[in-house]
Design a binder for this molecule. Sequence first.
Ligand code: HEC
Ligand code: HEC
Length: 428
Amino acid sequence: MKKISHAPAPEPRGLSAPRPHPAALWQGLPNAIVTAAAVMAAAACGGSAGEGEAASPAASQAALIEQGKQIFRFETFGDEAQWTDTLKMNEVIGSAVDPVTALSVGLKVDAEALPAEVVAGIKNETIDLKSPATTVTLLKLNAVVGVKGTVETVNGVDKLTRVGITCALCHSTVDNSFAPGIGKRLDGWANRDLNPGAIIALSPAIDAAMKKVFNAWGTGKFDPRHNIDGISKPVVIPPAYGLAGIHRITFTGDGEDIAYWNRYVAVAEMGGLGSVSEPRLNLSITHGTEDLVTSKLPALQAYQLSLSAPPAPAGSFDGAAAMRGKLVFEGAGKCVTCHSGAAFTDANSRLHPPGDSMAEPETPSYASRSATKQYRTTPLKGVWQHAPYFHDGSAATLTDVVKTYNTRLTLGLSSQEITDLVEYLKSL
Ligand code: HEC
Ligand code: HEC
């Protein structure tokens, strides 16, 4: 078994053993979630939710989803152990990463977390977006999507003492309503502007050779298996929406539910405190001595299942062509033989050999690095939203996708059928 163990982090994380009651686990979180957690805990313990009346199933579900939303956006699972204690990202962010630089590597700012005076200051340019101190201010306001900072004020100066990451770093973006990179959160949308490799390469704890490896990953991509098998071949960051009813998660269908993969990512990739084991990959990882992951998985999964794929914007496709394209999808294109059902995937009944991916053959095959060694047919709801396509991003547009299928599977589609099929894909 490959075993990776890290010593417990030197500083207390606010959540200490022993655990008296499930509700106490949430003591580090904002009030709204504490309330939600208390409702859930009361329900789980068979107690009542308040004045003698138990929460209705719908209310409990809503509370669970709200709790999951807070976890998705703000929970680091104690991964400051990796991002602060090991990678020392707080030092480089606090001293060298001004907001302009942060936006340039794809980090997003939640405009709704900005108080009026900060909004005004950005508008009239009295707030300096070329100063790392401004980044620290934004982190203090909890306004940098997916990055959680602890800021301490010493002698009137704000200092970033700890930093960690959350799921929202890669799986949320913003609507750019205030400025490019600054707007309202769009949870579940893949951040295809994010350059995780370039961000990790900023760490002062990484040597030049490794910086080169991370810098080669590119925008919108991450390799979630690099630190396991040492291979560097990233995949595109996929959306975390539109997964309800799909019981095969990840490009390779490694898990039957989202929670499987969330545990893997939280521990193995983000560096959260807890354990993950995957016998098919001969993998067993434990970080720290306490488990800050397991208790959060049900709520986190409930939130993602509540995120539906965004509908195609009005006017973004030709309706008549899309109707013709549907016939191509189901007929001459043979797409429906794999992209079947409401979610446009046969994932619940089968996975596919590597050769069924139009991104293959590649060396090494991404499938070969996974637990299943196969590919899942990618669900297509919201596919208009997240170019480039295929796990390696090798198809830049939906036209490229269709042309690739047409050539590789010798479908013999006419150029009219190709255009119609593309319009249909844009409508899903
Ligand atoms: C550093 C970027 C990054 C972070 C942080 C991250 N992910 Fe991901 N996520 C990825 C990549 C890349 C994949 C694709 C891996 C694959 O399918 O093999 C992925 C896959 C997924 C999938 C599978 C989607 C599908 O179509 O089956 C889900 C769900 C998901 N992530 C949720 C989460 C959650 C929840 C968290 C926080 C616990 C998280 N991710 C943290 C990059 C990230
Ligand atoms: C034999 C099964 C099969 C057939 C037939 C098939 N697909 Fe796929 N499709 C897949 C698999 C598997 C993937 C994932 C490939 C990857 O990511 O490497 C995929 C991926 C895609 C993607 C990329 C989605 C994304 O988010 O990256 C699109 C778009 C797509 N297919 C459209 C089509 C169209 C259009 C047709 C018909 C011309 C078609 N597919 C026929 C199995 C199939």
